[in-house]
Design a protein around this ligand. Structure first.
Ligand code: SF4
Ligand code: SF4
Length: 177
């Protein structure tokens, strides 16, 4: 169910998703993630981003770990594609990568979730880590929407349980891959 008025990757409430770009495929602590995304944002502003040479341990060997994911806002809450905005400046190999990889990814959430479901997930999580897992686990998200209807009805304890569930779900994806 495509609603062009809403961008599922950046639906608002500080929720963002770069899951298909490999945002969750690093064996890093939250602090290390923060450093990495911050460094990339600074690098691209200074124009030498494409030279990133560090290698990071993958959670899923061989899966996407795109070096263009980083913070896109000053508050360092939102992540996304750091080269997307500057598309005209892309090198030919980046353009080729965009054409072959980024433009062809199939996102099930984009296809099947309603505007209400996406906004519910965004308002509930308000981040780049839990939001992508929630919109990927469609049945779990729909169960929450049916039970609560509005994220504001969810207590802190219930939220803690939901986050624990989402970590388990993420680990299941990782183990199955
Ligand atoms: S998985 Fe879907 S919502 Fe997330 S970044 Fe990719 S296209 Fe956007
Ligand atoms: S270049 Fe493609 S895979 Fe990398 S962050 Fe941008 S959209 Fe995602």
């Amino acid at each position: 169910m495509i609603d062009l008025s809403l961008n599922i990757c950046r639906p608002g409430f500080n929720a963002t998703c770069s899951l298909c770009c490999g945002s969750h495929n690093y064996s890093l602590t939250p602090g290390e993630y923060n450093q990495l995304f911050k460094l990339r944002s600074i690098r691209i502003k200074n124009g030498f981003f494409v030279n990133e040479t560090e290698k990071f341990q993958e959670v899923v060997p061989g899966a996407m770990q795109c070096k263009y994911v980083g913070y896109t806002d000053r508050g360092k809450n939102e992540i996304g594609c750091l080269i997307h905005e500057s598309e005209p400046k892309m090198t030919s190999s980046e353009k080729e990568f965009f054409r072959k990889v980024c433009s062809t990814f199939y996102c099930k959430g984009r296809d099947v979730l309603t505007k209400k479901e996406i906004l519910f997930a965004a308002e509930l999580t308000r981040d780049w880590f839990y939001y992508p897992i929630l919109i990927t686990e469609i049945n779990y998200l729909r169960k929450l929407v049916n039970i609560y209807d509005n994220p504001s009805k969810i207590t802190d304890n219930e939220m803690k349980k939901i986050k624990d569930d989402l970590i388990v779900i993420l680990n299941c994806y990782i183990n199955e891959s």
